[in-house]
Design a protein around this ligand. Structure first.
Ligand SMILES: [Zn+2]
Length: 371
């Protein structure tokens, strides 16, 4: 339903969000944007064990990396449902998020199926499954409640392995569905633009852990442990780092859009609408300027706090060092925030036309309006 290419739907949603400011909220009592990170499974519940990898361990490693990164942003607060290898009941996970008045709940998992060929990333929001595959994944993830002693009482007789239980699955998350889908789209977009993993898209299914939360919530399946190549990628430090970076950027894309006030004040001087910045500018490339120096430094990520890609160009007598590359102004803001979080506190967005010449942000943004 919410395919990443349903841009029109997202634009519509954005306009709704922008025009009804009461929908824009930060639930927490502090001014910080609170993200609850939920590593699936743990303790006696190993999750899926495709190719002898343990889902509980890989999910936790990715979650800890996401949290480590998010903590660098001053306006973000991170809460974990678990930081170690312990068993946490599903309802307890949601309770942690609800009690902390979180702005987002992000549950991270790895996929596993009997067949070894399926691969790719997919992000779920709560809803009624549209096909058998989505139902199967929800059944598998929900079946962990059987590790909980009184699960039949706690979940009102819900049988995670019976398709009948999913008929009339009550959707308490309805009011957060659009925002959840927005986040899910951003996460999938980051995955597909930064990695060669197959993009399986944004989907809906009846996940118990998502049903119990009172905030926008997603469940990310970061890839298939049962697929040999993907399992090895998920088990690697490089794979976990890339996946974590993409999730962090997806969360920041979402936060930047929800934080409409900041976005609008930034855009007011350019006379473009907020919805314009959601679109890609085909003739403009945005990059983030990290530093300018008379010294010629090798533009490798190692010299720039692991940020990648780094490019260098010369302007007058100075070498300018740039991070990232995107055709989307909003994504550029997220990249800039990442650079700031890494310590480049004066990082800013610069724009280049298709000939590679630097142009002003105003001119870049007006390119779209004039087209
Ligand atoms: Zn799982």
């Amino acid at each position: 339903m919410f395919r990443p290419n349903t841009r029109l739907r997202l634009l519509f949603l954005l306009i709704v969000l922008l025009s009804s400011s009461n929908l824009i909220y930060s639930q927490s009592s502090t001014n910080k944007f609170v993200v609850v990170l939920d590593a699936g499974h743990g303790g006696k519940d190993a999750g899926n064990t495709g190719n002898n990898y343990y889902e509980k361990d890989i999910a936790l490693k990715i979650v800890l990396k996401v949290g480590e990164q998010l903590k660098k942003y001053e306006d973000l607060e991170v809460i974990y449902t678990r930081k170690t290898d312990v068993f946490i009941p599903l309802d307890k996970r949601a309770e942690i998020a609800n009690k902390s008045n979180a702005d987002l709940f992000v549950s991270i998992h790895c996929n596993g199926v009997a067949n070894s060929s399926p691969s790719g990333t997919e992000t779920f929001v709560l809803g009624l499954h549209r096909n058998k595959d989505n139902l199967e994944i929800a059944m598998k993830e929900n079946s962990v409640i059987k590790f909980e002693e009184d699960y039949q009482i706690k979940y009102d007789g819900f049988d995670p392995e019976s398709p009948e239980s999913y008929i009339g699955f009550s959707i308490m998350q309805e009011e957060f569905l659009d925002q959840s889908a927005l986040l899910a789209n951003f996460v999938q977009k980051q995955f597909s633009s930064t990695m060669s993993l197959k993009d399986r898209g944004v989907k809906q299914a009846g996940f118990l852990v998502l049903r119990e939360t009172y905030m926008p919530s997603v469940l990310i399946e970061t890839g298939f442990l049962t697929n040999k190549a993907e399992g090895a990628f998920l088990n690697s430090l490089k794979g976990q780092t890339k996946l974590a970076d993409a999730i962090v950027d997806g969360i920041n894309d979402y936060k930047n859009i929800i934080n409409v006030k900041a976005l609008e004040s930034e855009l007011s001087e350019y006379r473009v609408s907020s919805s314009d910045v959601m679109e890609d500018f085909s003739t403009v490339t945005f990059k983030i300027q990290l530093a300018a120096s008379s010294r010629k430094i090798d533009p490798s990520p190692e010299n720039f706090k692991r940020l990648s890609p780094i490019t260098r160009y010369q302007e007058n007598d100075l070498y300018k060092y740039l991070f990232g590359e995107t055709n989307n102004y909003m994504s550029a803001q997220t990249l800039r925030d990442r650079a700031k979080a890494e310590g480049y506190t004066s990082a800013f967005v610069v724009a280049f036309n298709s000939a590679g010449d630097k142009i002003s942000i105003k001119k870049a943004l007006n390119t779209r309006v004039n087209n």
